[in-house]
Structures are given as structure tokens and as C-alpha cells.
Write a protein that binds this ligand. Structure first.
Ligand code: WT7
Length: 646
């Protein structure tokens, strides 16, 4: 990302009414500073434990952490049953709205019944604690029910975003060793049913470990059926009892795997466990968003297929007994005011979304939100990439009515929960900055040697103490876990992969990834993954991919390809073919915005592609230093080949 994050000097004090009643006040920073582990232990007490822990943190073998050692709990019980037991069975857990306008209201009691039925079904199908279950679904309630059913029986869920391709699903099924897939016939997107089952059939045909596929009926479209392997959710879950006696699991029992892109072509299976994860997602959800379970209507407008959905649609809100909104479709269907209509309809009080969506709304114009009653909103959140001050101010004014504080939350799939964020009753907001480490979190900006920087100079963000919801490893690859996150500055310093700076007021500003990872609409995509997809096409000899800054999506994917001698066509048609190829290979989110066919790629003497130069071209900047190129005329050749920049 370019450095568009300079403050314009304005800050925003916490609204007085909110500050007076906020769930947490300034004292939490002192408490956490005095005794970090005691602070997290207090946060853990918000959960219901079957057995209390003996030790808060075991960090004797860094970077392999154990939190709440010896503690036992059931995550699904904490998210559902205990609220029913406490007399809140009639409270709405989710107001679900399908894209075509159909709705479902699910109370905590109904959620408990459905989760128990699904848990019984999984057990009947031979799924045991520790087994991996893939969930490849649209945004429908069964997705959450399936996740909780896994948690309830101690199976490890692996949700794969429904926009990923059959190949991407197949490689994840294989890497995780999944025994079962839960999917649906499809879901609604942009006004039409889209299919999911064909991709599952394709992927599962290549995954001998998968014994069964459970299929939820959502769109009623025809699906191919594999007798003996495929089962309708309505049959296998529908006939089960709503009684299910849950077991309790160790605090470190694996809860889920979520794949994310790294700097190589192979996605990393980020492993999260139970007690520490639930502690931090529940506590942050309660503190950052000031969640009041009796009165708030909470909406994370994101897909459950990403970590934002796991932590802040499912686990955090449910652990806190929130009433949430869940929406299946896209913001422009059937009209560009759909989100605002939902806020008005359900009286949403807290909205959490991504800067790319805000910038899209800006493009559509403020008249659209102005046409709806958004006065129920009292707090806003942002996640996924730096929110530029212009977008922040627009969000504040045109959605938040000038009265709602905005929590700019920095975190990652790996961190599991908020790590840097303002607090709504405490912080003077500085638009564009994620501001401060959450209480109990230790973050620093350092130079290449690991020396702390506090003078506004650009460095790297590191986390200097373990935290409860941290990833525990990369599934099946402890070495890669150590190498990727814990080797740059030693075994007890977590390298986040983000550039950052700290200003004189102590605010931390995030400056985008420093590795070969792009951030497109808040989704992480590896340059290498797109490159290897392109090279996988028979016409392509070599490919280099960069993330170029994009006014709406943050970054856009720009590819430079060298064709094989045998390729007959190098025109627009081939470019389209390659774009479609990548979309099919990885998923539509990885489809390049632009593909340029070139004769040469700029390389250093050691043969490394100089992405920085390509980014300059893609962003139409003056070229940077080219002295380390093997042949600097290469750049002229590339430039000569280019069409006028878009
Ligand atoms: C990367 C993590 C966390 C859920 C969504 C993305 C970027 C995330 C912010 C923010 C600046 C941010 C970072 C980070 N990022 N939130 N508030 N300000 N940058 O999860 O796919 O794991 O991506 O997203 O670059 O490393 P993810």
C-alpha cells in the first residue's frame, strides 16, 4: 500500500454517553500492564470451564504456546447451551436474510437444537474428536450450525470460502486430511443461484480420504449424486435427536484450521485451538465493540469463510450472547441500498466491515445511505486493510451520522482476534491508524535489526509476547511455522509481515504487507500462487505478479507474462483466457485485473524477479533504481510493450 495514511490532524473523542457506560474504561490498560497473565485469566473467566486451568501460559518451548494449561471446556456449550440454561433461549442469535429476501430467525434454543442434531449426525457418520471436517458453504445458518457441531464433538473444522475453486478445495482437503465435506447445492449471489456441489464433486473425486458429503438444499438446483457417499442434510441431520451430551476438551484441543496465503504457492493451514482462542475472541468482541447483549443488534458484514467470520460472526458474538444479523448476498443486490435497508430493518447498532466496501459505497454516493434510517447505529468497525482517512471520514459521516466511533482493528488469520485497535470508551480516534495494542498485547515497530522505532520512521510490526488466540502452528508443518513467523527476530518475537510506523503520539500506522502477499478487497492472495497458476497454463513460460494500488480494492492483481514460443496468440483473447484460467484455478478473487504480455522480466543478478519495478510500472510511476538488474534495457523493452496505463 502507498502511504496514504497520514493523519489530517483531526481526532475524535469518545462519545460521552458511550464512554460513561462502556464495557471497559482506561483502567484495563493499567490492569493488563500490571499483570498480563492475570488480565487474560480474568478474561477467560467470562467463559464457562468444566475444569479450571492450572497455569495461564506455558511458554517453556517457544514459539509453541499452551494457554490455560489443564483447563477443559466445550466451545459449543459456551456459545450456545449456557445461554439457554441461563434463560435466554428465546433470544435471537441470528436474524438471517437470504439474498432473494427470504428470512429466518434463529433463537439460541433453536440453535442449540440444530447444533445437537448435526453433532449426532456427525457422530453417526463416524466422525470422531480430532477428525477434520471441511465446510464449503454459502452464507446460510447451516454453515454456523456445522461449525458448532464440529466444535461440540471436538472435530476440527476447516471452512473453505465458497468462492474458491475445486482445485483450491482439493488441495486443502488433501493437506488437512478431511474425512467429510459439508456443502450445499449452492447459494444466491448477484441475483442468481450459484452452484457449489460441482466443485465439491470434482475435489472429492481426488480426495480418497473423504467418506461422505453432506448437502444442504438451498437453491433447489439439480445436483449430481454419488449414491452411498452423498447425503442430504435434511435426511441425515433432520432425523436426529435434539439431545446431545457433549464432552469437554482440553483448552489446547484443535478447534479449526483456516488456510491463508503465504509467500509460497502452497497455502498455510493456520491452526487455532479452543480455550485461548475463545477467550480472546469473546473478550475483544465485548470490549472493542462495547457489546451489550440485551440491547445491541450486531452485524459483521463479512463471509464466514474468512477468519473475520469465524471470530466475529460466529465465536465472539455467540460466546457473548449477541443478537447478530447474517446476510447471504452481495451489497448491490437487488439494489445498492441493500445493506442500509438491512440496518434499518433490523435496527443494527454495531456494524463491522472492510474499507474496500466503504470505498465502494463512496463511489456509489452518499445519497444511497441518506435514503435510509441508520439512526440505530452507535458503533462502527473496520478490518482487512488500512482504512484511508478519506474513507474513515466518509464512513463516520455518511453511515455513522457523525456520532459513531470507528474501531479500526488490525489483526490477522494467524492472530485469531483483534491485536491493535482503539477502544470505544477510551481512545481519541485518529483516522487511518489502528492506534494501540489491545490491553494484554505487546506490539512494537522495529527496524531490520529489531531495534524499536518510535519516531515515525518506517519499520516492521512485531508482537513481543504470546497471546491467547495466537495460531499454534501451521497444520502438519511446525518448521514452516517457526520459519515464517518466529525466526526473523528470534524464537519469541512474532513477525507479522506488515510494515508499520509509530508516531510521536504513540499511534501505530499500518503500511501494508512487506512480503509477496497482496491484499485485494481485504483478502490475502499470494503473488506466487497466482504466478504458479499462470505458469500452469500451456501458453505461459514465465510470470510475475504484483499488487498495484487500486482505489477501490486496496490492491489489484497485475500480471506480467512471457509466452512460450509455441503460443500462437498474444492478444486480448489470450489475456481473457489466462484471467479465466486463474479464476478457475484459485478462485474469482485471484483473477488478475490486468495481464501484460512481455518479452522479458526484470531480474536481479541472483535471478530474483524485481517486483518493485513491476509495481512501479503497474502503478505508472517513474522507475526506481535499476542498477541491480542483469540488463537494465529489459525495463525499456517492457515499457515499450505496454499499452497506455489504465
Ligand atoms: C492482513 C491479514 C483480520 C481479518 C481480515 C484479514 C491486513 C488487516 C488491518 C487493519 C491495516 C490490516 C494486514 C494483515 N490488515 N486488518 N485494520 N489495518 N491492515 O485477515 O487475510 O489474515 O490478512 O490484513 O496486512 O497482515 P488476513
Amino acid at each position: 500500500m502507498s502511504e496514504t495514511t497520514q493523519a489530517d490532524g483531526r481526532t475524535f473523542a469518545p462519545p460521552e454517553g458511550l464512554a460513561a457506560q462502556a464495557n471497559v474504561g482506561p483502567e484495563v490498560y493499567d490492569e493488563a500492564a500490571r499483570d498480563r497473565l492475570a488480565f487474560w485469566a480474568t478474561a477467560a473467566e467470562r467463559l464457562t470451564w468444566a475444569q479450571r486451568w492450572d497455569e495461564v501460559l506455558d511458554w517453556s518451548n517457544p514459539p509453541f504456546a499452551k494457554w490455560f494449561v489443564g483447563g477443559r471446556l466445550n466451545v459449543a456449550y459456551n456459545c450456545v447451551d449456557r445461554h439457554v440454561e441461563a434463560g435466554h433461549g428465546e433470544q435471537v442469535a441470528y436474524h438471517w436474510e437470504g439474498e432473494p429476501g427470504d428470512t429466518r430467525t434463529i433463537t439460541y434454543q433453536e440453535l442449540q437444537d440444530e447444533v445437537c442434531k448435526a453433532a449426532n449426525a456427525l457422530t453417526e457418520l463416524g466422525v470422531n474428536a480430532g477428525d477434520r471436517v471441511a465446510i464449503y458453504m454459502p452464507m446460510i445458518p447451516e454453515t454456523i450450525i456445522a461449525m458448532l457441531a464440529c466444535a461440540r464433538i471436538g472435530a476440527v473444522h476447516m471452512v473453505v470460502f465458497g468462492g474458491f475453486s475445486a482445485d483450491a478445495l482439493a488441495s486443502r482437503l488433501d493437506d488437512a486430511g478431511a474425512v467429510l465435506v459439508i456443502t450445499s447445492d449452492g447459494g444466491y449471489r448477484r441475483g442468481a443461484p450459484s452452484a457449489l456441489k460441482p466443485a465439491v464433486d470434482d475435489a472429492v473425486d481426488r480426495s480418497p480420504g473423504v467418506r461422505n458429503v453432506i448437502v444442504v438444499k438451498r437453491t433447489e438446483q439439480d445436483v449430481a449424486w454419488n449414491e452411498g457417499r452423498d447425503l442430504w442434510w435434511d435426511d441425515v441431520v433432520g432425523r436426529q435427536s435434539t439431545e446431545h451430551a457433549y464432552e469437554t476438551f482440553d483448552a489446547e484441543h484443535p478447534l479449526y484450521i483456516m488456510y491463508t496465503s503465504g509467500t509460497t504457492a502452497k497455502p498455510k493451514g493456520i491452526l487455532h485451538t479452543s480455550g485461548g482462542y475463545l477467550t480472546q475472541v469473546a473478550y475483544t468482541h465485548w470490549a472493542t465493540f462495547d457489546l451489550k447483549p440485551d440491547t445491541d443488534v450486531y452485524w459483521t458484514a463479512a463471509d464466514v469463510g474468512w477468519v473475520t467470520g469465524h471470530s466475529y460472526i460466529v465465536y465472539g458474538p455467540l460466546a457473548n450472547r449477541a443478537t447478530s444479523v447474517m446476510y447471504e448476498g452481495t451489497p448491490e443486490t437487488p439494489h445498492r441500498g441493500r445493506w442500509f435497508e438491512l440496518i434499518q430493518k433490523y435496527g443494527v447498532t454495531i456494524l463491522y466491515t472492510a474499507p474496500t466496501v466503504i470505498r465502494t459505497f463512496m463511489k456509489w454516493g452518499e445519497d444511497i445511505p441518506a435514503g435510509f434510517d441508520l439512526s440505530s447505529l452507535r458503533l462502527l468497525g473496520s478490518v482487512g486493510e488500512p482504512i484511508n482517512p478519506e474513507a474513515w471520514l466518509w464512513y463516520h459521516e455518511h453511515i455513522g451520522g457523525g456520532r459513531c466511533p470507528i474501531m479500526d482493528t488490525w489483526w490477522q488469520t494467524e492472530t485469531g482476534a483483534h491485536m491493535l485497535t482503539p477502544l470505544p470508551g477510551v481512545t481519541n480516534l485518529t483516522p487511518g491508524s489502528a492506534q494501540h495494542p489491545f490491553p494484554g498485547i505487546s506490539a512494537k515497530v522495529v527496524d531490520d535489526e529489531g531495534n524499536e522505532l518510535t519516531d515515525d520512521s518506517t519499520g516492521l510490526l512485531v508482537l513481543t509476547e504470546p497471546w491467547p488466540s495466537m495460531l499454534r502452528t501451521i497444520w502438519g508443518d511446525d518448521d514452516r511455522y517457526v520459519d515464517t513467523y518466529w525466526s526473523r527476530f528470534g524464537k519469541d518475537v512474532y513477525f507479522a509481515g506488515d510494515g508499520a510506523k509509530k508516531d510521536a503520539a504513540g499511534n501505530i500506522w499500518l503500511l501494508g504487507r512487506v512480503d509477496d502477499v497482496m491484499n485485494v478487497s481485504g483478502h490475502r492472495i499470494s503473488t506466487t500462487e497466482v504466478e504458479s497458476s499462470l505458469v500452469g497454463h500451456p501458453t505461459v513460460a514465465e510470470a510475475a505478479v504484483v499488487g498495484a494500488s487500486d482505489p477501490t480494492t486496496g490492491q489489484g492483481i497485475v500480471a506480467f507474462v512471457i509466452l512460450r514460443g509455441s503460443a500462437e496468440d498474444s492478444g486480448e483473447e489470450l489475456v481473457q483466457t489466462l484471467k479465466t484460467h486463474v479464476a478457475k484455478d484459485i478462485g474469482p478473487i485471484a483473477k488478475p485485473r490486468q495481464i501484460m504480455v512481455v518479452q522479458e522480466l526484470p531480474k536481479t543478478r541472483s535471478g530474483k524477479i524485481m517486483r518493485r519495478l513491476l509495481r512501479d510500472i503497474a502503478e505508472n510511476r517513474e522507475l526506481g533504481d535499476v542498477t541491480t538488474l542483469t540488463d537494465s534495457s529489459v525495463m525499456n523493452m517492457i515499457k515499450d510493450k505496454l499499452p497506455a496505463a489504465p
